[in-house]
Design a protein around this ligand. Structure first.
Ligand SMILES: [Mn+2]
Length: 379
Protein backbone atom coordinates (compact mmCIF):
# COMPACT_ATOMS: atom_id res chain seq x y z
CA UNK A 1 0.00 0.00 0.00
CA UNK A 2 2.98 2.32 -0.38
CA UNK A 3 1.25 4.37 -3.07
CA UNK A 4 -1.97 4.79 -1.08
CA UNK A 5 -3.33 8.12 0.06
CA UNK A 6 -2.75 7.00 3.63
CA UNK A 7 0.92 6.32 2.98
CA UNK A 8 1.28 9.71 1.33
CA UNK A 9 -0.53 11.33 4.26
CA UNK A 10 1.94 9.75 6.70
CA UNK A 11 4.85 11.09 4.66
CA UNK A 12 3.38 14.56 4.37
CA UNK A 13 2.68 14.88 8.09
CA UNK A 14 6.38 14.45 8.83
CA UNK A 15 7.11 17.53 6.74
CA UNK A 16 4.55 19.81 8.39
CA UNK A 17 5.95 22.52 10.65
CA UNK A 18 4.79 23.01 14.24
CA UNK A 19 5.53 26.70 14.60
CA UNK A 20 1.87 27.73 14.58
CA UNK A 21 1.03 25.21 17.26
CA UNK A 22 3.99 26.33 19.43
CA UNK A 23 2.92 29.93 19.07
CA UNK A 24 -0.59 29.00 20.20
CA UNK A 25 0.79 27.16 23.24
CA UNK A 26 3.02 30.08 24.21
CA UNK A 27 0.15 32.47 23.86
CA UNK A 28 -2.08 30.21 25.97
CA UNK A 29 0.48 30.05 28.76
CA UNK A 30 1.04 33.78 28.67
CA UNK A 31 -2.61 34.78 28.66
CA UNK A 32 -4.14 31.84 30.50
CA UNK A 33 -1.54 31.09 33.24
CA UNK A 34 0.67 28.03 33.48
CA UNK A 35 -1.19 24.94 34.68
CA UNK A 36 -1.52 23.65 38.23
CA UNK A 37 1.63 21.83 39.43
CA UNK A 38 -0.05 18.43 39.22
CA UNK A 39 -0.41 18.74 35.42
CA UNK A 40 2.48 16.91 33.77
CA UNK A 41 2.00 18.35 30.28
CA UNK A 42 3.36 21.86 30.63
CA UNK A 43 1.88 23.02 27.33
CA UNK A 44 -1.51 23.10 29.10
CA UNK A 45 -2.65 26.43 30.53
CA UNK A 46 -5.03 27.09 33.44
CA UNK A 47 -7.60 28.88 31.29
CA UNK A 48 -8.25 27.30 27.90
CA UNK A 49 -6.97 29.70 25.24
CA UNK A 50 -6.48 27.54 22.14
CA UNK A 51 -7.75 24.43 20.40
CA UNK A 52 -8.04 22.25 23.51
CA UNK A 53 -10.25 21.14 25.10
CA UNK A 54 -12.44 21.13 22.00
CA UNK A 55 -15.59 21.56 24.11
CA UNK A 56 -14.20 24.56 26.00
CA UNK A 57 -13.76 28.19 25.14
CA UNK A 58 -15.57 30.89 23.22
CA UNK A 59 -16.48 29.75 19.73
CA UNK A 60 -15.21 31.27 16.56
CA UNK A 61 -14.95 29.26 13.35
CA UNK A 62 -12.25 26.62 14.00
CA UNK A 63 -11.27 28.76 17.01
CA UNK A 64 -9.61 31.15 14.57
CA UNK A 65 -8.85 34.55 16.11
CA UNK A 66 -11.87 36.80 16.41
CA UNK A 67 -10.86 39.98 14.62
CA UNK A 68 -13.11 42.72 15.89
CA UNK A 69 -11.41 45.40 13.79
CA UNK A 70 -12.52 44.56 10.26
CA UNK A 71 -9.89 46.90 8.83
CA UNK A 72 -7.44 44.10 9.64
CA UNK A 73 -9.16 41.51 7.42
CA UNK A 74 -6.49 41.88 4.74
CA UNK A 75 -3.81 40.73 7.16
CA UNK A 76 -5.21 37.19 6.84
CA UNK A 77 -5.23 34.74 3.95
CA UNK A 78 -8.90 33.93 4.54
CA UNK A 79 -11.67 35.50 6.59
CA UNK A 80 -14.84 33.79 7.78
CA UNK A 81 -17.90 35.82 8.65
CA UNK A 82 -21.52 35.08 9.34
CA UNK A 83 -24.57 36.45 7.53
CA UNK A 84 -27.41 35.54 9.90
CA UNK A 85 -30.29 36.46 7.60
CA UNK A 86 -33.36 34.25 7.23
CA UNK A 87 -35.86 36.88 6.17
CA UNK A 88 -35.69 35.43 2.66
CA UNK A 89 -36.96 32.03 3.76
CA UNK A 90 -40.23 30.92 2.16
CA UNK A 91 -41.01 27.86 4.31
CA UNK A 92 -39.30 27.10 7.62
CA UNK A 93 -36.93 29.71 9.02
CA UNK A 94 -33.99 29.33 11.36
CA UNK A 95 -30.89 29.92 9.24
CA UNK A 96 -30.24 33.11 11.20
CA UNK A 97 -28.69 30.66 13.66
CA UNK A 98 -26.55 29.07 10.91
CA UNK A 99 -23.34 30.97 11.70
CA UNK A 100 -23.68 30.17 15.43
CA UNK A 101 -24.39 26.50 14.70
CA UNK A 102 -21.47 26.12 12.32
CA UNK A 103 -19.08 27.90 14.66
CA UNK A 104 -20.19 25.78 17.63
CA UNK A 105 -19.62 22.41 15.98
CA UNK A 106 -16.49 23.59 14.16
CA UNK A 107 -14.85 23.43 17.61
CA UNK A 108 -14.85 19.68 17.07
CA UNK A 109 -12.14 20.10 14.47
CA UNK A 110 -8.51 20.97 14.77
CA UNK A 111 -6.55 22.52 11.95
CA UNK A 112 -5.02 19.31 10.61
CA UNK A 113 -6.54 17.31 7.73
CA UNK A 114 -5.14 13.80 7.58
CA UNK A 115 -6.19 12.90 4.03
CA UNK A 116 -4.16 15.66 2.39
CA UNK A 117 -1.48 16.12 5.03
CA UNK A 118 -2.51 19.75 5.45
CA UNK A 119 -2.42 21.79 8.66
CA UNK A 120 -4.26 25.09 8.21
CA UNK A 121 -2.72 26.57 11.35
CA UNK A 122 0.76 25.97 9.97
CA UNK A 123 0.19 26.78 6.33
CA UNK A 124 -2.15 29.76 6.16
CA UNK A 125 -3.80 32.38 8.36
CA UNK A 126 -7.53 32.44 9.07
CA UNK A 127 -9.66 34.85 11.06
CA UNK A 128 -13.30 35.13 12.09
CA UNK A 129 -14.74 38.61 11.60
CA UNK A 130 -17.99 37.90 13.44
CA UNK A 131 -21.31 38.60 11.75
CA UNK A 132 -22.78 41.19 9.41
CA UNK A 133 -25.37 43.47 11.03
CA UNK A 134 -28.35 42.36 8.97
CA UNK A 135 -31.66 44.20 9.06
CA UNK A 136 -34.20 41.42 9.61
CA UNK A 137 -37.30 43.51 8.93
CA UNK A 138 -36.10 44.80 5.56
CA UNK A 139 -34.44 42.41 3.16
CA UNK A 140 -33.23 45.14 0.77
CA UNK A 141 -31.46 46.98 3.59
CA UNK A 142 -30.01 43.65 4.71
CA UNK A 143 -28.77 43.09 1.14
CA UNK A 144 -27.07 46.51 1.19
CA UNK A 145 -25.30 45.67 4.44
CA UNK A 146 -24.21 42.29 3.06
CA UNK A 147 -22.84 43.70 -0.21
CA UNK A 148 -20.91 46.33 1.70
CA UNK A 149 -19.43 43.75 4.08
CA UNK A 150 -18.49 41.31 1.30
CA UNK A 151 -17.01 44.12 -0.77
CA UNK A 152 -14.88 45.23 2.18
CA UNK A 153 -13.46 41.78 2.84
CA UNK A 154 -13.04 40.84 -0.81
CA UNK A 155 -11.07 43.93 -1.75
CA UNK A 156 -8.87 43.52 1.34
CA UNK A 157 -7.32 40.52 -0.43
CA UNK A 158 -8.47 37.92 2.14
CA UNK A 159 -10.40 34.97 0.70
CA UNK A 160 -13.97 35.57 1.94
CA UNK A 161 -16.03 32.72 3.41
CA UNK A 162 -19.63 33.66 4.13
CA UNK A 163 -21.78 31.51 6.41
CA UNK A 164 -25.51 32.05 5.91
CA UNK A 165 -28.20 32.60 6.37
CA UNK A 166 -30.67 31.58 3.71
CA UNK A 167 -29.88 31.55 0.00
CA UNK A 168 -31.16 35.06 -0.60
CA UNK A 169 -27.66 36.21 0.40
CA UNK A 170 -26.25 34.80 -2.85
CA UNK A 171 -27.27 37.91 -4.73
CA UNK A 172 -25.84 40.57 -2.39
CA UNK A 173 -22.68 38.50 -1.93
CA UNK A 174 -22.00 38.39 -5.68
CA UNK A 175 -22.95 42.07 -5.90
CA UNK A 176 -20.24 42.79 -3.31
CA UNK A 177 -17.63 40.77 -5.18
CA UNK A 178 -18.35 41.79 -8.78
CA UNK A 179 -17.08 45.41 -8.79
CA UNK A 180 -13.66 44.20 -7.66
CA UNK A 181 -13.09 41.65 -10.40
CA UNK A 182 -11.43 42.84 -13.57
CA UNK A 183 -13.34 40.62 -15.95
CA UNK A 184 -16.21 38.20 -15.61
CA UNK A 185 -17.19 35.93 -12.72
CA UNK A 186 -18.52 32.40 -13.11
CA UNK A 187 -20.86 30.98 -10.48
CA UNK A 188 -20.92 27.34 -9.39
CA UNK A 189 -24.21 26.85 -7.59
CA UNK A 190 -24.58 23.53 -5.76
CA UNK A 191 -28.24 23.04 -4.84
CA UNK A 192 -31.44 21.00 -5.26
CA UNK A 193 -33.28 24.19 -6.27
CA UNK A 194 -32.72 26.58 -9.20
CA UNK A 195 -33.37 29.83 -7.29
CA UNK A 196 -33.70 31.79 -10.53
CA UNK A 197 -37.12 33.43 -10.38
CA UNK A 198 -37.35 37.20 -10.24
CA UNK A 199 -39.59 37.52 -7.20
CA UNK A 200 -41.32 35.21 -4.75
CA UNK A 201 -44.45 36.49 -3.02
CA UNK A 202 -43.67 39.93 -4.42
CA UNK A 203 -40.13 40.24 -2.99
CA UNK A 204 -36.58 39.04 -3.58
CA UNK A 205 -36.31 35.91 -1.43
CA UNK A 206 -34.09 32.83 -1.14
CA UNK A 207 -35.69 31.50 -4.31
CA UNK A 208 -34.39 34.44 -6.39
CA UNK A 209 -30.62 35.11 -5.99
CA UNK A 210 -29.41 33.98 -9.42
CA UNK A 211 -31.97 35.97 -11.37
CA UNK A 212 -30.54 39.13 -9.85
CA UNK A 213 -26.90 38.04 -9.69
CA UNK A 214 -26.89 37.25 -13.40
CA UNK A 215 -28.22 40.74 -14.10
CA UNK A 216 -24.85 42.02 -12.91
CA UNK A 217 -22.87 42.93 -15.99
CA UNK A 218 -19.79 40.84 -15.25
CA UNK A 219 -21.67 37.82 -13.84
CA UNK A 220 -23.33 36.55 -17.05
CA UNK A 221 -25.85 33.69 -17.00
CA UNK A 222 -23.78 31.68 -19.47
CA UNK A 223 -21.24 31.17 -16.67
CA UNK A 224 -23.81 30.09 -14.08
CA UNK A 225 -23.84 26.33 -13.56
CA UNK A 226 -26.46 24.82 -11.28
CA UNK A 227 -25.43 21.43 -9.98
CA UNK A 228 -27.62 18.78 -8.32
CA UNK A 229 -30.99 20.30 -9.22
CA UNK A 230 -34.24 18.34 -9.16
CA UNK A 231 -37.40 17.35 -7.39
CA UNK A 232 -40.70 18.89 -6.47
CA UNK A 233 -39.59 22.30 -5.22
CA UNK A 234 -38.33 23.95 -8.37
CA UNK A 235 -40.85 26.71 -9.08
CA UNK A 236 -41.90 26.94 -12.73
CA UNK A 237 -41.21 30.68 -12.72
CA UNK A 238 -37.55 29.92 -12.10
CA UNK A 239 -37.46 27.27 -14.81
CA UNK A 240 -38.75 29.78 -17.35
CA UNK A 241 -35.94 32.19 -16.45
CA UNK A 242 -33.29 29.46 -16.63
CA UNK A 243 -34.56 28.54 -20.11
CA UNK A 244 -34.62 32.13 -21.33
CA UNK A 245 -31.18 32.99 -19.99
CA UNK A 246 -29.47 29.75 -20.92
CA UNK A 247 -27.99 28.88 -17.56
CA UNK A 248 -26.52 25.40 -17.31
CA UNK A 249 -28.62 23.11 -15.11
CA UNK A 250 -27.33 19.66 -14.23
CA UNK A 251 -29.82 17.41 -12.46
CA UNK A 252 -28.90 14.62 -10.08
CA UNK A 253 -29.86 12.14 -12.80
CA UNK A 254 -27.62 13.91 -15.35
CA UNK A 255 -24.78 13.73 -12.86
CA UNK A 256 -25.39 10.08 -11.98
CA UNK A 257 -25.72 9.05 -15.61
CA UNK A 258 -22.46 10.62 -16.73
CA UNK A 259 -20.62 10.08 -13.44
CA UNK A 260 -19.69 12.75 -10.94
CA UNK A 261 -16.24 13.49 -12.31
CA UNK A 262 -17.42 13.93 -15.88
CA UNK A 263 -20.21 16.18 -14.65
CA UNK A 264 -17.68 18.22 -12.67
CA UNK A 265 -15.51 18.58 -15.77
CA UNK A 266 -18.47 20.24 -17.47
CA UNK A 267 -19.42 22.40 -14.47
CA UNK A 268 -15.88 23.68 -14.04
CA UNK A 269 -15.62 24.41 -17.75
CA UNK A 270 -18.92 26.32 -17.86
CA UNK A 271 -18.02 28.49 -14.87
CA UNK A 272 -14.45 29.11 -16.02
CA UNK A 273 -14.89 29.75 -19.71
CA UNK A 274 -14.05 33.38 -20.37
CA UNK A 275 -14.08 34.29 -16.67
CA UNK A 276 -11.33 35.55 -14.40
CA UNK A 277 -12.76 34.23 -11.14
CA UNK A 278 -15.28 31.68 -9.88
CA UNK A 279 -17.71 32.09 -7.00
CA UNK A 280 -18.90 29.00 -5.10
CA UNK A 281 -22.38 28.95 -3.63
CA UNK A 282 -22.90 25.78 -1.61
CA UNK A 283 -26.45 25.11 -0.42
CA UNK A 284 -26.36 22.43 2.27
CA UNK A 285 -29.71 21.12 0.97
CA UNK A 286 -27.87 19.82 -2.11
CA UNK A 287 -26.97 16.90 0.17
CA UNK A 288 -29.70 14.37 0.88
CA UNK A 289 -31.83 15.40 3.84
CA UNK A 290 -31.14 12.03 5.45
CA UNK A 291 -27.63 13.33 6.12
CA UNK A 292 -28.47 16.99 6.73
CA UNK A 293 -31.98 17.39 8.18
CA UNK A 294 -31.31 20.88 9.53
CA UNK A 295 -32.32 22.94 6.53
CA UNK A 296 -35.30 25.01 5.45
CA UNK A 297 -36.37 23.22 2.25
CA UNK A 298 -35.24 19.59 2.36
CA UNK A 299 -35.56 17.75 -0.96
CA UNK A 300 -34.76 14.01 -0.98
CA UNK A 301 -32.45 12.57 -3.59
CA UNK A 302 -29.42 14.84 -3.24
CA UNK A 303 -25.72 14.12 -2.94
CA UNK A 304 -24.08 11.94 -0.34
CA UNK A 305 -21.55 13.69 1.92
CA UNK A 306 -18.74 11.87 0.10
CA UNK A 307 -19.94 13.21 -3.24
CA UNK A 308 -20.24 16.72 -1.81
CA UNK A 309 -16.65 16.59 -0.59
CA UNK A 310 -15.48 15.42 -4.00
CA UNK A 311 -17.30 18.39 -5.55
CA UNK A 312 -15.65 20.97 -3.32
CA UNK A 313 -12.27 19.29 -3.70
CA UNK A 314 -12.33 19.65 -7.44
CA UNK A 315 -13.86 23.13 -7.47
CA UNK A 316 -11.23 24.39 -5.02
CA UNK A 317 -8.34 22.85 -6.91
CA UNK A 318 -9.40 23.43 -10.49
CA UNK A 319 -11.07 26.83 -10.62
CA UNK A 320 -9.91 30.34 -9.94
CA UNK A 321 -12.04 30.40 -6.80
CA UNK A 322 -12.40 33.91 -5.40
CA UNK A 323 -14.96 33.55 -2.61
CA UNK A 324 -17.53 31.10 -1.24
CA UNK A 325 -20.77 31.01 0.66
CA UNK A 326 -22.31 28.18 2.67
CA UNK A 327 -26.05 28.63 3.05
CA UNK A 328 -29.27 27.13 4.42
CA UNK A 329 -27.92 25.49 7.58
CA UNK A 330 -30.85 25.79 10.00
CA UNK A 331 -29.86 24.67 13.51
CA UNK A 332 -33.43 24.66 14.94
CA UNK A 333 -34.20 21.74 12.57
CA UNK A 334 -30.86 20.03 13.02
CA UNK A 335 -30.22 16.73 14.77
CA UNK A 336 -27.02 16.28 16.79
CA UNK A 337 -25.42 19.18 14.87
CA UNK A 338 -24.97 16.92 11.84
CA UNK A 339 -26.03 19.55 9.29
CA UNK A 340 -23.83 22.24 10.83
CA UNK A 341 -20.97 19.74 10.93
CA UNK A 342 -21.36 18.98 7.23
CA UNK A 343 -21.32 22.73 6.56
CA UNK A 344 -18.14 23.05 8.60
CA UNK A 345 -16.64 20.21 6.63
CA UNK A 346 -17.44 21.86 3.28
CA UNK A 347 -15.63 25.04 4.34
CA UNK A 348 -12.65 23.18 5.83
CA UNK A 349 -12.28 21.04 2.72
CA UNK A 350 -12.33 24.09 0.45
CA UNK A 351 -9.57 25.66 2.54
CA UNK A 352 -7.47 22.50 2.70
CA UNK A 353 -7.75 21.95 -1.04
CA UNK A 354 -6.86 25.58 -1.77
CA UNK A 355 -3.73 25.11 0.34
CA UNK A 356 -3.02 21.73 -1.28
CA UNK A 357 -3.24 23.29 -4.74
CA UNK A 358 -1.01 26.17 -3.57
CA UNK A 359 -3.77 28.72 -4.15
CA UNK A 360 -3.57 29.70 -0.47
CA UNK A 361 -1.74 31.61 0.87
CA UNK A 362 -2.29 33.65 -2.25
CA UNK A 363 -0.51 36.43 -3.95
CA UNK A 364 -2.74 39.38 -4.63
CA UNK A 365 -4.65 38.20 -7.73
CA UNK A 366 -4.11 40.19 -10.90
CA UNK A 367 -7.86 40.36 -11.49
CA UNK A 368 -8.51 41.91 -8.07
CA UNK A 369 -9.43 45.51 -8.63
CA UNK A 370 -9.25 47.36 -5.35
CA UNK A 371 -8.32 50.96 -5.03
CA UNK A 372 -7.85 51.40 -1.28
CA UNK A 373 -8.95 55.02 -1.57
CA UNK A 374 -12.44 53.96 -2.63
CA UNK A 375 -15.21 53.02 -0.26
CA UNK A 376 -16.58 49.50 -0.19
CA UNK A 377 -19.73 48.82 -2.18
CA UNK A 378 -22.48 51.37 -1.70
CA UNK A 379 -25.50 52.35 -3.71
MN1 LIG B 1 -31.74 24.90 -1.96
Amino acid sequence: MKDSQAAEALRREAELPEAGWRKEVERGLELGLTAAPSIGDRTISTFSRGELPHFAGINTFLKAPYVEDVHKAGQFDAAVFGIPLDTGTTYRAGTRFGPQGVRRISALYGSYYFDLGIDLREQMTLCDLGDVFVIPANIEKAFDQISRAVSHVFRSGAFPIMIGGDHSIGYPCVRGVAPHVNGNIGIIHIDRHVDTQEKDMDERMHTTPWFHATNIENAPPKNLVQFGIGGWQVPRAGVKVARERGTTIMTMTDIMDMGLDKALDIAIEVASEGTEAVYLSFDIDSIDAGFVPGTGWPEPGGFTPREALRIVQRVARETNLCAMELVEVSPPYDVSDMTALMGTRVICDVLANLVFAEKLPRQRPTWLNSDPSTEPWAL
